[in-house]
Design a protein around this ligand. Sequence first.
Ligand code: SAH
Length: 229
Amino acid sequence: MASSHSGQTETQKLLAEIRADYAATADTTGLSIPNPAVLAAIERVPRDRFVPAAGRSRAWDNTALPIGYRQTISQPFVVALMTDLLALRPGAKVLEVGTGCGYQTAILAELPVDVYSIEVIPELARTAHERLHALGYSKVHTRTGDGHAGWPEAAPFDGIIVTAAADRMPAPLVEQLAVGGHMVIPLDTGWDAQMLVVGEKQENGELDTRRVLAVRFVPLVNAKEEGTG
Ligand code: SAH
């Protein structure tokens, strides 16, 4: 599925940094070492193919980078951690809100799981779709639209990952999560701060949530406000 890339050393350096970040944040995340399947996915997905030419020399850095349209490709450590927190079995069905460049989508596809991904900015949605297909991730399902509504026709999902910060847990997403499934989402906490939260859906339909880590994401926009709906 993945194509090869040059720079084995920078890939190994990135993996070492991700391991170090896990160790440094273990008291709040509860995860001291990355799941080997997640690390293997980070190793295989050519991150340099997901960033614009101007950022290519920094593609294997453990940092977020601009991808245009005032959006970013997330930090690899955060991508790994969020993927890990979904606790997916191979073959599970997962919804991603915020495709962006499609990097997180590809990481999920590598696990492998069945990915449904929604992006609100049409140009990003189109480019990500083309890129994912060009790289061989042709089974991923992509759609342009406001992710607040989820993807009801494909529900229920074993996991839902939101890669933009919301002011509250979107109710349709909680509904579309299977019992026992995990939702991973950055939530605004006020004071210009965000907290990565993981919730597990209970039999009674409620999410049992836990705070994981302070993070910084672009905002989850309301498509009506943006005029793209
Ligand atoms: N998953 C990406 C990160 C993308 S940044 C990665 O792998 O790096 C977050 C993305 O969420 C942006 O592309 C932004 O346009 C998108 N987004 C913001 N609000 C949204 C909404 N309501 N529905 C769907 N996508 C949204």
